[in-house]
Design a protein around this ligand. Structure first.
Ligand code: GTP
Length: 497
């Protein structure tokens, strides 16, 4: 069972239980069995599933719960906590600091996605302002250096390797010296993999580690290997001082449960997950938000951080002023699309919204969504400034539409489609009109001025329903704290169909 389905099954089991008029032992038992079945099908170890059931039973003692307590919420919370405990080894991994030289070594079996992940890791840190560099100490696989070179060049990350040298230790040390001189603050060493765990692989790993003294050894594990994950993770853990794990290929048909439970068993935290072959299909792994997203409960603080990352602070007062006037122009939409694309794969963004489990945004649709946004932007590129800045729907006459379609090389139908989407969003935003502005003009202070009624009106009904109606919305606003809500609404509107 793939991870997104696992989340869906657990949420469904909880929802079914909520539908029961009385929650008694029988209903609770059925719900827990359903959840256990889903976990087992995802390759989570039997013992862990059994322990989880026992723990939940301990927390949720139906007889002693006072009348009037919300049993459903208590059970849901217990499931959430247990899933988190399963994935949290309780100690954080080493994290590199900007400007302070760190060495990180990657280990794993051949084909686990090690080389790809090294570049993703480097790229991730580069975007955060680090000066990463890559060393290819994989002399076992002939094409490894070429692959690293290609990836690194594309991402503009300095790399080091050799076609001639066959001693991985020598390459690792030379690469380290070179990049230390060049003031790289994150030197990443890719090591050889083998088809299976074998003594030679572990010996080589040990030697490279001894020569380079890494601050962190990351074990890269293929998320689709199911139950075999347990032994593999443990073998690596015992041979190298693995300090963190990255699980790859948690897209497509990955039996993520197996890898995740095995990882939990090795007591090293998962720090990132790979969700595709592309360099930005890489997500930071945080236990609570991950479980929350798995259960379709969203991860708003993650989403807010992502938005804050891409939206320059000086643009915020301007956007707010326009929103307060109730003017949502095509130009504004264009800018929002740009921000959305900067945030990374759309599916990642949507899975952070409460009510949208990743099951609702399957891989194919994600690409479709992204393509749709790019298509809309191409169409807008063929519009005049007056068209982009207008708020008059009548301006878009037939002749203008035909001209835009021709100019952008798209069908008239596509232009109409884009305009419909714009109208839908403009309508949603117009309901936010009259919003009281925060005095300092800062987005992050806007949420204090939003009221529930206004929000309820602005949200598409199906989104509101998914969020659990007014009550859900209220809880959500509390969760948001000082973070900003309006940008989130913009994002939501784009996916609200
Ligand atoms: N779908 C998907 N494919 C991935 C992901 N990460 C890596 N891959 C693919 O997995 C394949 C193997 O990846 P590599 O990076 O070459 O594997 P490796 O572990 O470095 O192999 P060695 O260098 O031989 O040890 C490649 O085709 C990658 O594109 C991921 O998160 N999702």
């Amino acid at each position: 069972m793939v991870l997104a389905q696992l989340g869906g099954s657990i949420s469904r089991a909880l929802a079914q239980m909520s539908n029961a008029t009385v929650i008694d032992e029988k209903v609770l038992g059925e719900c827990l069995n359903e959840i256990s079945r889903a976990l087992l099908q995802s390759d989570v170890q039997f013992k862990m599933v059994r322990d989880m059931q026992t723990n939940i039973r301990k927390i949720v003692n139906l007889e002693t719960l006072a009348a009037g307590t919300n049993k459903r919420r208590i059970i849901q919370q217990a499931v959430f906590t247990e899933l988190c405990n399963m994935l949290d080894p309780g100690k954080p991994a080493f994290t590199p600091k900007k400007g302070k030289p760190s060495v990180v070594m990657f280990v794993g079996l051949q084909g686990s996605g090690k080389t790809t992940t090294c570049t993703k890791y480097a790229y991730y840190h580069q975007r955060k302002g680090f000066k990463p560099s890559l060393v290819c100490a994989d002399t076992f696989r002939a094409g490894a250096f070429d692959q690293l070179k290609q990836n690194a060049t594309k991402a503009k990350i300095p790399f080091y390797g050799s076609y001639m040298e066959s001693d991985p230790v020598k390459i690792a040390v030379e690469g380290l010296e070179r990049f230390r001189k060049e003031n790289s603050d994150l030197i990443i060493i890719d090591t050889s993999g083998r088809h299976k765990q074998e003594a030679a692989l572990f010996e080589e790993m040990r030697q490279v580690a001894e020569a380079t003294k890494p601050d962190l050894v990351i074990f890269v594990m293929d998320g689709s290997i199911g139950q075999a994950a347990f032994d593999q993770a443990q073998a690596f853990k015992q041979s190298a001082s693995v300090g963190a794990v990255i699980v790859t290929k948690l897209d497509g048909h990955a039996k993520g449960g197996g890898a995740l439970s095995a990882v939990a068993a090795t007591k090293s935290p998962v720090i990132f997950i790979g969700t595709g072959e592309h360099i930005d299909e890489f997500e930071i792994f945080d236990v609570k938000p991950f479980v929350s997203r798995l259960l379709g409960m969203g991860d708003l603080s993650g989403l807010m951080d992502k938005i804050q990352d891409v939206m320059p602070a000086d643009q915020q007062p301007e956007l707010l002023a326009k929103l307060a006037e109730g003017t949502f122009t095509l130009r504004l939409l264009y800018e929002q699309f740009q921000n959305l694309l900067k945030m990374g794969p759309i599916g990642q963004v949507f899975s952070m919204l409460p009510g949208f489990s990743s099951e609702l945004m399957p891989k194919g649709h994600e690409k479709e969504g992204q393509a749709k946004i790019k298509r809309y932007m191409t169409i807008m590129d063929s519009m005049t400034a007056a068209e982009l800045d207008s708020t008059n729907p009548k301006l878009m006459t037939e002749s203008r539409i035909i001209r835009i379609a021709r100019g952008s090389g798209r069908q008239i139908r596509d232009v109409m489609d884009m305009l419909e989407e714009y109208k839908r969003l403009a309508k949603m935003w117009s309901k936010m009109k009259g919003l009281k502005m925060p005095k300092n003009g800062k987005m992050s202070d806007l949420s204090q001025n939003l009221n529930i009624q206004q929000m309820t009106k602005a949200l598409p009904p199906q989104v509101l329903k998914q969020m659990g109606g007014m009550g859900g919305l209220q809880a959500l606003m509390k969760q948001m704290g000082g973070k900003d809500m309006s940008k989130m609404l913009g994002g939501m509107g784009l996916g609200g169909d």
